[in-house]
Design a protein around this ligand. Structure first.
Ligand SMILES: Nc1ncnc2c1ncn2[C@@H]1O[C@H](COP(=O)(O)OP(=O)(O)OP(=O)(O)O)[C@@H](O)[C@H]1O
Ligand SMILES: [Mg+2]
Length: 381
């Protein structure tokens, strides 16, 4: 999965990776989860919301939330339609339902889950939306699990939804068994897709950036948030680097890129870093993308996961239980930590992760916390 700031080249790099993989003989699917799809433009073929074969070994789809509502959520749609008309509102259309919060994220993740489950493809490449949207997507399964566990008493281990107790005199229509079943399967599928996406042997999250200050700063934050949510980020691709012969006009830019490239190497020394030059023409179409891929990967296999940092460790330091979270570029002043009903909550900027602690730590509360070399060590007692 490729993510990064707007316009840095995520779609171009994702598409060139997919073209490279397909040429290597892997049956490859490239999925765009950015609502502002530009995969068709990058590949220079029409992609569309229905999965299609676009060349040897290469399949593509631009996920559409409206299509997904129609295929994945018939039951829920019926229920909500009933609920809306009970409230005196008109029938709700798929288009309207698709604009409700969470549907976008859930649709995209359900497609990933479906394709992983099908076992049809050797590699799935995800071209995602700019950082904020991608983080919303990746934090969604946990947020949704939390929400569903609060609203419906779903046991964490049994995952069986018990009907909420509704006062007998209420006239609000109760969801049918079918609705409960569809919510239960949604819950389980989201859990599963999160397990896949956080498994470093199965998933690589790759950051794309350009050598400028704003992109570097955003990449540092994105990397930290991704670790907070437990995702395996294994590399950083620096795109649009000027060649050494820039001519007079771009000389200052080239110098500034040089100094930022040095900073990037230092800041991200724990990741594999690769570089792509600014090409003389826009790298669109399969041929140009294959070329871009050659420069980027050489003889390396893009499907192979590279070493990534362990986001969270449950360890013992001096005989004390410690939750150690890797947050390399977090501003201490912007971290909040608290315990809420047996759950450990870490907030960083606008992002919040609720940690469901392992059995050995259940009942323990954060006693103290400190930053050590980019790790937040939380002592639990
Ligand atoms: N190495 C490169 N050299 C020259 N142009 C490039 C390079 N990489 C990408 N581009 C061009 O930069 C523009 C933005 O690229 P792209 O759409 O891949 O970025 P993105 O990060 O996916 O953008 P968005 O945030 O809108 O999804 C496109 O016109 C693309 O062709
Ligand atoms: Mg894009």
């Amino acid at each position: 999965m490729f993510t990064g700031k707007g316009g840095v080249g995520k779609t171009s790099v994702a598409a060139s990776t997919a073209v490279t993989l397909a040429e290597m003989g892997y049956k490859t699917l490239i999925l765009s989860t950015d609502a502002a799809h530009s995969l068709s433009d990058a590949l220079d073929v029409s992609v569309g919301s229905v999965l299609r074969n676009i060349s040897d070994n290469l399949y593509a789809q631009e996920v559409s939330v409206i299509d997904s509502v129609n295929t994945h959520w018939e039951d829920l749609k019926e229920f909500l339609a009933g609920l809306f008309s009970f409230q005196g509102l008109d029938y709700i259309s798929s288009e309207e339902l698709a604009t409700l919060p969470g549907f976008d994220e859930a649709s995209e993740l359900l497609y990933v889950d479906e394709y992983v489950r099908s076992g049809e493809y050797d590699v799935i490449v995800m071209d995602s939306a700019p950082t904020g949207e991608s983080l919303k997507l990746l934090s969604f399964p946990e947020a949704m699990s939390w929400y569903m566990e609060k609203f419906f008493p779903i046991g964490r281990t049994t995952a069986k939804i018990v009907r909420p107790i509704v006062k007998p005199f209420t006239k609000i229509p109760l969801p049918s068994d079918k609705v409960f079943e569809s919510m239960e399967s949604l819950y389980l599928n989201l859990k599963e897709v999160r397990n896949h996406l956080t498994d470093p042997e199965m998933t690589s999250i790759r950051l794309v950036c350009t050598p400028d200050r704003m992109s570097l700063n955003e990449t540092k934050r994105a990397y930290t948030y991704l670790l907070l949510y437990g995702y395996p980020v294994d590399s950083l691709i620096v795109n649009k680097i000027f060649e050494s012969e820039t001519g007079e006009f771009f000389r200052q830019w080239r110098l500034s890129q040089d100094s930022i490239l040095k900073e990037i190497d230092q800041a991200f020394s724990s990741l594999t870093i690769s570089r792509i030059n600014l090409t003389r023409r826009e790298p669109t179409g399969m041929k140009n993308l294959a070329e871009l891929g050659k420069g980027l990967y050489g003889d390396l296999d893009p499907s192979r996961p590279l070493p990534s940092e362990t986001p969270v460790q449950y360890t013992k330091i001096n005989g004390k239980h410690v939750v150690r979270v890797r947050l390399p570029f977090a501003d201490k002043k912007r971290v909040n930590l608290y315990n809420r009903g047996g759950e450990l909550v870490i907030e960083l900027d606008n992002w919040r992760r609720v940690f469901f602690l392992p059995q050995t730590l259940s009942g323990k509360k954060p006693a103290s916390a400190e930053f050590n070399n980019g790790y937040l060590d939380i002592e639990m007692s």
